[in-house]
Design a protein around this ligand. Sequence first.
Ligand code: NOJ
Ligand code: CA
Length: 579
Amino acid sequence: MQPPGPTTDPATEDSRGQRWRMIGGSANNAQLADAGAAWWHDAVIYECHLPSFRDGNGDGIGDLDGLVASLDYLGSTLGIDAIWTGPFYRSPLLDQGFDVSDYTDVEPTFGTLDTFDRLICEAHARGLRIIIDYIPNHTSDQHPWFVESRSSLMNPKRHWYVWRDPAPGGGVPNNWMSEAGGSVWEWDDQTGQYYLHSHLKEQPDLNWRTADVRTTMLDVLRFWLGRGADGIRIDVAHMLMKDPGFRDNPSAPEGNDNMFDLQHPDFGIQLHIHDRRHPDTHEVLAQIRAVVDEYPGTVTIAEIEAMPWEDWARYYGSAMDGMHLPFPFRLLETPWRADLLRFELEALYESMPDGGWPTIALGNHDRVRLATRLGAAQARVAAVMLLTLAATPCLLYGDELGLIEQAVPIARQRDYFARATGGVTRDPTRTPMPWNGGPNAGFSTAGESDLWLPVAHNADDVNVDVQLTNPASFLSMYRDLLRLRTASSALRRGKIAFLPGTSSRDSVLAYLRTSPIDQKIVALNLVDAPTAVRVPSAGTVAISTTARGAGETVGPVLRLAANEAVVIDVPKELRHEDH
Ligand code: NOJ
Ligand code: CA
């Protein structure tokens, strides 16, 4: 499928919404409604970036105790269902914990195994689920496995990592470029070979073609799932298997830069077809899934880069024996335009296999903050979209406050990806959660200079406490949306049908959500100008992102203010049962 061009469907009429033609309602909708009863179909997941969330012991760095102390906020105040923790394993913390030096212990900066057990216990007592990070592609170079592996060519762990001789004429074995900049190959003087690191040179890639690596890493899963974790988010799941022949990647003469991804520009000079996404990846993921299935009720979320939806759908597994929820980066990388978003969403639903269920995210710790990318008014519109699609929403900490990027001076930066010449820092997205108007925005009692990262400059106005007292705040809107979603079977599990765009001014993304007992219309005005559209029926406003009060009767000609998103409750007698 090609993305839509500037002109659109001739069967529709103009932006005044004279006539809408219902689309959607494909076979996949039946699958959506029947996708089973797993808890994560109904859940809203909250991505917590541990070092930035809440400091429990006053050392300036967020930790597991701080997360435990935040459970009441997350559960009863905000209303989410599951927490994706971020890494907390032993680590030198060059990549916020994605550089693991011991997979079965907690980094002392974040707590202990006992603290983890307490987190599980306290979360479960509140009906909250805990999803942990599983980081199988690479370890830290400080991991004892790598220390052994690099010690000699004959070491039994040599093949736990990817070692190669220099190319015949000397130099690196092939042309693969790292996401953190430069070659993926690092020379090791002691043994006269290169090792592969897809990210920092301090993050050597494990060799998943070595049987012992698989066995050991699958046992890591059992360790944490046995301790009560409710699921895993698999870091760079698409990278586990590479081309066994290590063929060069083709160059990308016109560039392959991804304006949405905060990767080193070096990464964009080639097409990454051999260093990742090898077909064998799916067999490994099925093995991981089989272990996860030993713990009934647990979920697998696969972090996979943006790719065509047909390829994305393969991560569900050929017999639905792969990932439960492949991450939809393609949506995060879609320009904020109604026609483009509609096109991508329809393609997502059309590509989804039988029994599949998607997750959706619009923010992530590796990307520019939503409220910075879209501006505050459209970030509110995005919140409505996030919480009303037929998918499990995944919300980045702080997005519920409309947190924006905060510049971080070089001396305070934590992200080692930024240290290579031309490197890009992701720290501005990851600044501390602002809890209140007190010192350090309530994040920590440490001195300011000891904080993991500086707090946002506007934290006096943008923090949990202040927003709780304002019914028009971001946080109040998120709470309302979360409650509406929880109460609405149409929003949680219903079918989805997209309303078509218009030929002249396609500013509105609108869709219908329908369950046997409930129907909602969602209309999102993605531009900073008022508009009007025709929706399938009249109804009452359940939520609006602007000053419009709930309960107002609207439609079928729906006038939307600039930057307004609404959810409309359709009364029983007006419902469109055929959609
Ligand atoms: C993806 C993670 O989201 C990112 O933060 C990290 O730097 C890389 N994987 C490497 O683990
Ligand atoms: Ca701490």
